[in-house]
Unconditional design. Structure first.
Length: 195
């Protein structure tokens, strides 16, 4: 994934294509090596960001990349049935869901019911963000705080926990910078520690 992202942000993406016969072979089974829980933001095309082709990544997308029953069911399937080797929770620069979760409660309450549900899953992660003057830096910290929270939730999932215990799965966080195309990975306990 790291080398694919390097190709992407370096302008050397291969954009792996498949012939008709190769696409037909995909009907028989999926062979995804990774599952990525990312935001549904149209500026964050998971397969393109990692320069991967059809069948390589099992992509799960929801605003704010939250771990909830629906997204958990999707990555449980990927881990248990597709035998994916890595679960990536990927946030991104300029995330509107995270930005909205930082708004005062009164403004959040004005949102439709299901948008409020999404914000309720993110708000606890961003309520104690340090007082950072630079808005871009503050947003980055908020998105990373949410990624850390979602990684912690994913690691508590019984299917994920069992696969990690057997060394069959790695769970990492990531931050995608739209402006450069680069993904920064959060892999160590220190990088993933909740604040």
């Amino acid at each position: 994934m790291k080398s694919g992202n390097s190709r992407f942000f370096g302008g050397q993406a291969r954009r792996p294509e498949m012939s008709a016969n190769e696409r037909r072979a995909q009907i028989l089974q999926q062979t995804s090596f990774a599952v990525v829980l990312g935001c549904s933001d149209s500026r964050v095309p998971i397969e393109l960001v990692y320069d991967q082709g059809l069948g390589d990544i099992f992509a799960v997308r929801v605003a704010g990349q939250i771990v909830d029953p629906g997204t958990a069911g999707s990555f449980e399937y990927a881990v248990r049935h597709l035998k994916t080797k890595v679960l990536v929770i990927m946030g991104h620069e300029g995330c509107g869901a995270v930005k909205a979760a930082m708004l005062p409660a009164a403004q959040q309450k004005a949102e439709p019911e299901h948008v409020r549900y999404l914000l309720d899953q993110i708000t606890p992660a961003v309520t104690n963000i340090a007082n950072i003057r630079d808005p871009k830096a503050k947003m980055r910290e908020a998105v990373i705080a949410n990624v850390r929270k979602q990684v912690a939730l994913a690691k508590e999932n019984p299917v994920v926990k069992a696969a990690v215990a057997k060394n069959e799965l790695a769970v990492v966080g990531a931050f995608y910078e739209i402006s450069s195309g680069q993904v920064d990975f959060l892999e160590t306990e220190e990088e993933l520690r909740l604040n």
